[in-house]
Design a protein around this ligand. Structure first.
Ligand code: SF4
Length: 357
């Protein structure tokens, strides 16, 4: 079987017309690949076009404040991607004279360009024959060649990279990499692949052995752990309190309301007895106006059980005055916040209590 020839023949007829395929600008390719790593094409297209509009080239991205980058990313999730993209743009300005390097090995030196994105940029923009190995490649190669190495094991990356490196068309690496992505998206899908429409159906190990439901193999992951967040939306003379998340945790650099995290869900009677509540609220005139229903918010490895408490306050405590920014409620929309907060802010109770409408 000539894997590459079959793949490229299929691609010549069935390829998708995606906006970032009409460019050989390595920066645009870089942005699109970073967005698409954890985002579906439909949602990613809109973000890609907006991001490129706001930050049309590397100098524009490097010079922008991180807050503006995070705001443009808001809603996409996996915010480390945005921070790395921003850091990478700065690094390109300082170390590479504002231009992305043209080889895979040098691209790998840039923050935010992992093996997949570096290979995508090197092949799509500079025609280097290096395979861009993502979930599509794992899935298709595991099925076609009957590879039983668990795809989330430590040896999988090297093994699949080497196999894809042997298969890649050295004259048409960009098309080869794009073709695998499209075959994985349109035909060899994770569930219920369309084997009868696949160019490999006469050769595919998984199809011929009725193993498409088993391959690719994956080691069982730990179940997501639960965390319990209570956000305090404080109304103080038409202003509220926020701060930027820091530290090595989810949502780094995004803004949030005062947060009380507890080991389990507490009712408000228990909550007001916690040290965190007393520090934030003191014995001030805080009055609880509304308590939201519990909200379950799923992240990749964490299940968040969240709740929003709307509090009316006349005198902010020392903790609030010193640890938080006090901003007008109307200005909240200008800041990048986690999707959990954004969704709740758009909900009816939050709007009603904050705007009085
Ligand atoms: S024959 Fe089926 S399982 Fe095999 S590569 Fe094609 S779509 Fe995937």
């Amino acid at each position: 079987m000539d894997f590459s020839a079959l793949l490229l023949e299929w691609f010549s007829v069935h390829h998708r017309d995606l906006p970032w395929r009409n460019t050989s600008d390595p920066y645009h390719i870089w942005v699109s690949e970073v967005i698409l790593q954890q985002t579906r094409v439909n949602q990613g297209t809109e973000y890609y076009q907006r991001f490129i509009h706001i930050f049309p080239d590397i100098p524009a991205l490097a010079e922008a404040p991180l807050d503006a980058v995070m705001k443009a990313w808001q809603g996409l999730g996996y915010y480390t991607r945005a921070r790395n993209l921003h850091a990478g743009a700065k690094q390109v300005m300082s170390d590479f004279g504002g231009k992305l390097p043209t080889s895979y090995s040098e691209l790998l030196r840039i923050a935010g360009l992992g093996p997949y994105s570096a290979a995508a940029v090197a092949s799509f923009a500079f025609n280097e024959a290096v395979p861009a190995v993502d979930g599509n490649v794992y899935r298709i190669l595991a099925r076609v060649f009957g590879v039983f190495t668990p795809v989330n094991s430590s040896q999988a990356r090297r093994e699949f990279f080497n196999l894809a490196g042997e298969l890649i068309d050295r004259n048409r690496p960009a098309e080869f990499n794009q073709a695998i992505i499209d075959l994985g998206a349109l035909v060899c899908t994770p569930r219920r692949p369309s084997c009868s429409a696949c160019p490999f159906s006469d050769y595919c190990y998984a199809y011929l052995n009725n193993l498409t439901g088993l391959l690719p193999l994956k080691n069982r992951k730990n179940p997501p752990r639960s965390r319990y967040f209570t956000y305090l939306m404080i109304n103080f003379n038409g202003t509220t309190f926020i701060r930027k998340r820091e530290g090595n945790d989810i949502w780094h650099s995004l803004y949030e309301f005062p947060l009380i995290e507890t080991p389990e869900q507490l009712d408000t009677t228990q909550l007001v007895e916690t040290e965190a509540w007393k520090e934030l609220m003191g014995d001030s005139s805080a009055e609880i106006i509304h308590v939201s229903d519990p909200i379950k918010h799923q992240l990749s490895h964490i299940t968040l059980h969240a709740r929003f408490i709307i509090v009316q306050m006349r005198n902010p405590t020392y903790a609030l005055r010193t640890g938080y920014r006090n901003i007008s409620i109307g200005n909240l929309q200008e800041l990048s916040v986690p999707r959990l907060i954004d969704s709740y802010m758009a909900s009816e109770p939050a709007e009603r209590y904050f705007t009085g409408k």
